[in-house]
Design a protein around this ligand. Structure first.
Ligand code: ADP
Ligand code: MG
Length: 292
């Protein structure tokens, strides 16, 4: 039989929405045993929605939401958008925030009505010497549902929390099933906390999680796996993902993602979802089988 050449494979890939940088990438992808995927935007819609606002005693729900949303107007994070839209939908009038500061992977800080306000995850609270207090139990119950919880701090004390949900994409369960059948061990990496990550992973049948991951940690997670002898592919889309995409045996960029991510990747998926990875794997297996 005539082997399906790499040239043919790259052509077929392009038709199927998978842009393949070079022949070696296809060869390497056949040997990959571990696939790392981002949670937000890859497994989930990436369009989180505000689902709950819970004030501490002595604070009103509307006030907690007003503080959170006023501050988040300065952020472009999807979580910020969820909080601002949620506040607008509930008819909350927002204030002008000052001294805005984004704390990467943790949250935001600034002033509202001249008072110090912060909003973020448990790591940010720990940095500020605070814990969840009375809300800790409710925070955990929300996380067990796969929600992302953020605490609102006013004048150095926790005033309440907001919780956001990001539904999984309709295509995710079937794509994960196919990826498992194609021999991948699947690891979900997320900046979200362990408890939320575990809930999402359990629901989706993900094999392993890496939670509380700062963008800069992704490349070292891959290095560690490679040191254990694993062949690793990583799918990502952000500017922050470029070093990890370069470190992976096969970097997979989402076509909708940042240019630098696409440049660092061996594959680019025109449509930014897991089905593209299924197609790419089938193509790699078929091509290498024919060549041998
Ligand atoms: P991911 O893309 O996996 O969500 P990020 O590094 O973007 O990871 O965010 C990690 C965590 O940091 C979030 O889950 C959230 O708790 C916190 N965080 C980041 N940015 C913000 C923000 N603008 N407002 C509130 N929390 C934030
Ligand atoms: Mg992110």
């Amino acid at each position: 039989a005539t082997p399906m050449s790499i040239m043919t494979a790259t052509g077929r890939g392009a038709q199927a929405g998978v842009l393949i940088k070079n022949a070696e990438a296809l060869e390497r992808f056949e040997k990959v045993d571990t696939l790392i995927v981002d949670k937000t935007g890859t497994l989930t819609e990436g369009k989180p929605k505000l689902v709950a606002v819970l004030p501490e005693a002595n604070h009103a729900e509307t006030e907690v939401l007003r503080l959170a949303a006023s501050l988040e107007r300065g952020s472009e994070h999807p979580l910020a958008e969820a909080i601002v839209s949620g506040a607008e939908a509930r008819g909350v009038t927002l204030a002008e925030a000052g001294d805005f500061e984004a704390v990467t992977g943790k949250g935001v800080k600034g002033t509202v009505d001249g008072k110090a306000v912060a909003l973020g995850n448990a790591a940010l609270m720990a940095d500020m010497g605070l814990d969840g207090g009375d809300l800790a139990e409710q925070a955990n119950a929300r996380r067990d549902e796969g929600e992302t919880v953020m605490f609102v701090v006013l004048d150095g004390a926790i005033a309440g929390m907001v919780s956001v949900a990001d539904p999984t994409k309709e295509s995710t369960p079937a794509a994960l099933k196919a990826l498992h059948e194609l021999g991948f061990r699947i690891i979900m990496a997320t900046g979200d906390n362990e408890r939320t990550a575990r809930a999402v992973a359990k629901r989706l049948g993900i094999d392993e999680i890496r939670a509380d991951v700062l963008p800069a940690d992704k490349a070292s997670i891959i290095k560690d796996l490679q040191a254990q002898g694993r062949k690793v592919a990583m799918a990502g889309d952000g500017v922050n993902d470029a070093p990890a995409l370069a470190q992976a045996d096969v970097g997979i960029a989402m076509g909708s993602g940042a240019d630098v991510a696409i440049e660092s990747a061996a594959f680019t998926l025109v449509k930014g979802n897991l089905e593209g990875i299924v197609r790419a794997r089938r193509l790699a297996l078929a091509t290498m089988r024919n060549i041998r």
